[in-house]
Design a protein around this ligand. Structure first.
Ligand code: NAD
Length: 484
């Protein structure tokens, strides 16, 4: 039986790529290939950019409120198809179905927030900047923008950008991750139903060739990127060279501290899901757990028990708390980090290496894995593993925690569990990462706040969603006027 193959969406039509490079799409819980995707070419990109450019003027001159009405329609259409999107997402990515539902909910929230365009896109004016002279600044759309997105959030991440770009009057191209192209294809089938003018939104599947063609194309005005730090740096540099606007969100190594006064019992569910939810494949996942002072023994005992009690399995099973890793290569990479932790002398207190799920014998599972007595300079305490592997680094006091956080290159998120307001304030005031959780293990800003980190986790100045994104997708034209 032949597998479904993912098509590009260009100028309001589903089109085949003429590429001969075809990739596999997996159901990672079953270890089965479920679809194929052609890795698009520069010609595919050129077609999409031409469609987006041709659509721009008509769309740009459509009133913002009329543009927002398409988003209202889209929100309703997404709600109607909510469960189906979530199920496709879990099938190809592996995350637990409830988490997939959370992702789709966050995707829709960006559509909702973008409908505020008539307030959020307004400019500003000042009369009498000199005698009889007035000045005003309009925010104008710019042209064709594109998003290049990662595999761990196949639905939501493109929508941190797309609704804002188009509601401001730009046109758009999405390049989904080649590992998980089915979710965005499902989403674009829904987009296709709401009757947006042709060319306003487009999608080209593929890998590096598509990315490079977008980066090189003279008619692409700006790039929104989310993925690993090496790729984010590459995108940022290339956009500088070709003069494009860019926002590039990178990888993470998030530290979660627990102080002796914290309510450990109450914290345990959110702590556990911080480290093991989505099998650790979140840019906001906890990766290093830091017990402060004498809380260590009690915390570690309860944390290990909680990790062991998690149901690991097929994400489509409602009882599953943690699914598989997204693909065979990534599973090997995570196992490699566990070997490295052992070789460097950390103490493996929960071993997820030979983990099996009886009903899914071929799935790409790694069980919850915990290392104790990890030193700050060990590889597993410094590098992003992106799997269900926790490094416990014990600290004597808050200063040591903050020092640990602020000496990682990454600066995505940092969390603290404490009952002390003084400790919490000191923590949020001094840490470098720009997403901070206080008694929250996944500090994920909602659509109306900006999403993005600091240091090696973010390159650019305007982050994902929030109010600032209206700056990224517009140019402020200043008019100085007098009547003679
Ligand atoms: P990745 O960098 O491998 O890929 C991201 C995108 O870039 C994909 O669409 C891919 O096709 C493309 N790409 C990959 N290598 C490329 C290259 N050499 N040249 C051009 N394009 C290339 O990332 P991933 O493995 O898909 O996703 C996981 C990473 O994303 C993790 O590091 C995670 O922390 C990060 N992430 C960050 C955030 C955030 O908000 N900061 C959110 C989600 C994921």
């Amino acid at each position: 039986m032949s597998l479904p193959s993912m098509k590009n969406y260009i100028n309001g039509e589903w089109v085949e790529s003429d590429s001969t490079t075809i990739g596999d799409v997996w159901n990672p819980a079953k270890g089965e290939k479920i679809a194929t995707v052609a890795y698009g070419t520069a010609q595919d990109v050129d077609r999409a950019v031409k469609a987006a450019k041709d659509a721009f003027w008509e769309w740009r001159t459509t009133p913002p409120l009329t543009r927002a009405r398409y988003l209202f329609r889209l929100k309703d259409a997404f709600e109607e198809n909510f469960e189906e999107i979530a199920r496709v997402l879990t099938t190809e990515q592996g995350k637990a179905i409830d988490e997939a539902r959370g992702e789709v909910r966050r995707m829709i929230e960006n559509v909702e927030h973008a409908t505020g365009v008539t307030t959020l896109m307004t400019g500003y004016t000042l009369e009498d900047i000199a005698k009889g002279i007035d000045c005003y600044g309009h925010r104008q759309p710019i042209g064709v923008f594109a998003a290049i997105v990662p595999y761990n959030f196949p639905g939501m991440v493109a929508w941190w950008f797309l609704p804002y770009a188009i509601v401001c009057g730009n046109t758009f191209i999405v390049k989904p991750s080649e590992q998980v192209p089915m979710t965005q294809t499902k989403i674009f089938e829904i987009v296709d139903e709401i009757g947006l003018p042709e060319g306003v939104v487009n999608m080209v599947h593929g890998s590096r060739d598509v990315v490079n063609a977008l980066l090189d194309h003279p008619d692409v005005e700006g790039i929104s990127f989310v993925g690993s730090t090496p790729t984010a740096k590459y995108i940022y540099k290339r956009c500088g060279e070709t003069g494009k606007r860019v926002q590039a969100l990178g990888g993470a190594k998030n530290i979660v501290a627990v102080t002796p006064d914290a309510n450990i019992e109450a914290a345990m569910p959110s702590l556990t899901t911080s480290f093991f939810g989505c099998a650790g494949q979140r840019c906001l996942s906890g990766s290093v757990l830091v017990p402060v002072g004498d809380v260590a023994d009690e915390l570690i005992e309860k944390f290990v028990a909680s990790a062991k009690a998690m149901k690991v399995g097929d994400g489509l099973d409602e009882q599953t708390a943690m699914g598989p890793l997204a693909g065979p290569a990534h599973k090997e990479r995570v196992l490699g980090y566990i070997e490295k932790g052992i070789a460097e002398g950390a103490e493996l207190i929960l071993d997820g290496r030979d983990f099996t799920v009886p009903e899914c014998p071929n799935g790409f599972f790694v069980g919850p894995t915990i290392f104790d007595h990890v030193k700050a300079d060990m590889t597993i305490a410094r590098e992003e593993i992106f799997g269900p592997v926790v490094s416990i680094v014990r600290a004597k006091d808050l200063d040591e925690v903050i020092e640990l956080i602020n000496t990682r290159g990454y600066g995505n998120a940092a969390c603290i569990y404490t009952d002390s307001g003084t400790t919490a304030r000191e923590f949020k005031y001094r840490v470098k990462p720009s997403m901070v959780g206080i008694n929250i293990g996944i500090a994920a800003p909602m659509s109306f706040f900006p999403f993005g980190g600091a240091g090696d986790s973010f390159f650019g100045d305007t982050k994902g969603h929030g109010q600032e994104i209206f700056n990224f997708f517009t140019d402020t034209k200043v008019v100085i006027q007098r009547w003679l």
